[in-house]
Design a protein around this ligand. Structure first.
Ligand code: FEO
Length: 621
């Protein structure tokens, strides 16, 4: 019997849940099950987004039959060919032989690899930016290679502003009768499964995920429909913010993950004592016995915490087997940007610590504390000081509490309501600015790059603002705005917060521990800024994509002596670059997925082991 869920008037979930699967992809336990999502869009044409795993084909076919009623199926859009989403393609083709498959050329190649039917004659190939008009809805295709396979694409329904996101924004766990993330206590019951899903399935491909996030940053999103887990219609900005953090390998929380491998409990004992010392110093910890907890849980936690401690006994003159597996798993998932401490144990020749260090030194941007605590069989009272020292060394890498407090204090510096310091105008350059506005209780801001002084009497500036920005609409309505002139110390996270998400769905000031406002009541950015200008719109001119606001300066003050950031400085020093090859590395990099082949010459018949593209798609490092 069918079991479908209505998402909008003309969009229906036709997927199914699987609670019998022991190991997703043969390696990740799914104690809460997993959903295979597929969506039916009923317009003048009928469109099915992806299919499902072989385990649930029967229910799926009943579901699409119910969703279609007596209608034919016109299009099957294949966004991802991994078999958990594509096994039912043959069943669909058999039941609806006139259906047109819509996919990209890489997908078509994979269809031919997996199946033996005349795929070409059924297929319409699409590429980046191509659109499909199905009546009321306009669908636009966005390529998202390596999120998580090379053929992955996502689809934007610009009519209802829905992203069909393939593996991105997915989650382990069956849906249990719900369909929307806001129907459940997602943070409590599912966030760890969303993180575990991201870290283990997509975690290796942070650069590619960031590229996908950048592509969708300019579109208005009201709903996200992933291939696993819940549909998102609220708090989308929060989910996108998590993805920005995970994909950039920035920790979510300051705290220490302690993973230990123990045979008779002595290594565990040292790990427990360290955890206790850290807690005494106010540091959060989370401990895992790597022989008991599945690696996917620990990989996921490593994406969350800022600090990692590995404590391992020595075994067969190497790292204990489960710890060795964990370390290589973390390296395979590209873990980086972490501070690490190591404890080793060995009754006669301890080697595990040095070997762990060797492995982790190959990961990018790891700060490994110098001193390895080395135990012989069991920790002795004389060594307690070494554990104390390790705890102190870890604490020393946390930002000191006084420095943290200052963040709030900066915002509170009093500023006269009528101050107009002309020096502020000298801070303007072809730079980058946070433009803020306020409409009722709603504060918002966006990044712009064109603010200039036009006249001195009256003192006027111009600001060009893209009409797609919510801040633009707020200024059109209220006629007031602030410009925070960014300084060279500004971190990339400011651009992520104000530039990569929409204020329509996200509170861009969430998590901000200051409330700095000018006399007009509009927020400004008190840190990493060179100057602040408040302005009142005198006129606005329409320039197609942008509105040029001409505005009277009402308040202006210098915020710091720092140089203003220029557009060039941003690209040269702030915007993260693709990881450069190691200086001594000779080889070739795959242009599709970033895999590096080390060697002087690339064999002509070389196939990328990650994305399976040939030698022609490689370029020399
Ligand atoms: Fe659920 Fe990459 O597939």
């Amino acid at each position: 019997m069918y079991c479908t869920k209505r998402i909008t008037d003309d969009l229906i979930w036709v997927g199914a849940n699987d609670r019998r699967l022991a190991m997703f992809e043969g390696v990740y336990s799914v104690p809460g099950g997993v959903s295979y999502n597929s969506y039916m869009l009923l317009d003048e044409k009928t469109v099915l987004f992806d299919t499902v795993d072989k385990a649930v084909v029967q229910r799926f076919m009943e579901n699409i039959n119910e969703a279609l009623g007596k209608r034919a199926l016109d299009y099957l859009i294949i966004q991802h060919m991994e078999p958990d989403h594509s096994t039912a393609i043959l069943a669909v083709m058999t039941k609806y032989p006139d259906v047109k498959i819509v996919c990209n050329s890489k997908t078509l190649a994979m269809i031919k690899q997996f199946y033996d039917f005349d795929a070409e004659s059924h297929t319409c190939i699409v590429d980046e930016g191509d659109t499909l008009d199905i009546g009321r809805h306009q669908l636009r295709f966005i390529m998202a290679p390596m999120v998580h396979w090379p053929e992955v694409m996502i689809t934007y329904d610009s009519t209802d502003r829905i992203i069909f996101s393939a593996d991105a924004f997915g989650c382990f766990g069956a849906l249990n009768g719900a369909i929307f993330a806001d129907e459940v206590d997602f943070d409590r019951d599912y966030m760890h499964e969303a993180r575990r899903y991201y870290a283990n399935i997509v975690g290796k491909y942070g650069v590619q995920t960031e590229a996908m996030l950048e592509k969708i940053s300019g579109v208005d999103i009201e709903m996200i429909c992933p291939l696993h887990g819940f549909v998102w219609r609220r708090n989308i900005g929060d989910l996108v913010a998590k993805y920005m953090r995970w994909s950039s390998y920035e920790p979510e929380e300051r705290g220490v993950l302690i993973a230990y491998a123990t045979v008779y409990g002595n290594t565990e004992n040292a790990a427990e004592i360290l955890s206790s010392k850290l807690r005494d110093r106010g540091i959060k910890t989370q401990m895992f016995d790597v022989s008991v907890t599945p690696a996917s849980e620990i990989v996921s936690a490593a994406f969350k915490w800022s600090h990692l401690v590995f404590a391992s006994t020595t075994y067969n003159a190497g790292i204990f087997v489960t710890m060795e597996a964990l370390i290589s798993d973390l390296a395979a998932h590209n873990i980086q940007n972490r501070t690490v401490a190591i404890i080793e144990n060995g009754s006669w020749a301890a080697t595990s610590g040095g070997l762990i260090r060797e492995q982790l030194e190959k990961c990018d941007n790891m700060t490994i504390l110098n001193k390895i605590v080395s135990i012989k069989s069991g920790l002795k009272p004389a060594q307690m000081e070494e554990i104390e020292n390790m705890a102190n060394a870890i604490v020393a890498t946390f930002p000191d509490s006084e420095a943290t407090k200052k963040v709030g204090a900066i915002a509170l510096a009093p500023v006269a309501a009528d101050i107009i310091d002309m020096n502020t105008m000298f801070k303007l350059s072809y730079g980058l600015f946070v433009l803020t506005a306020k409409d009722g209780d709603k504060d918002n801001g966006c990044i712009i790059n064109t603010v200039t002084q036009i006249t001195e009497t009256p003192l006027r500036i111009s600001a060009a603002v893209n009409k797609a920005n919510y801040t633009h609409d707020m200024i059109m309505k209220t006629g007031e705005f602030n410009v925070s002139i960014l300084a060279e110390s500004v971190p990339f996270s400011v651009f992520q917060i104000f530039g990569f998400q929409s204020g329509r769905t996200a509170d861009k000031f969430a998590g901000c521990d200051y409330d700095a406002r000018t006399a007009n009541g509009i927020r400004y950015i008190p840190e990493h800024t060179a100057g602040i200008i408040s302005a009142k719109v005198a006129e606005s001119n329409d320039y197609g994509t942008h509105t040029l606001f001409i505005a009277d300066v009402m308040q202006a003050f210098v915020a710091s002596d720092e140089p203003s950031v220029t557009y060039k400085y941003y690209f040269d020093h702030i915007k993260p670059k693709p990881q450069p090859p190691k200086a001594d590395k000779k080889g070739f990099v795959c242009k599709i997925c970033g895999h590096v082949y080390e060697g002087e010459t690339l064999p002509e018949d070389y196939i990328c082991p990650l994305c399976k593209h040939g030698a022609a798609d490689f370029e020399q490092l």
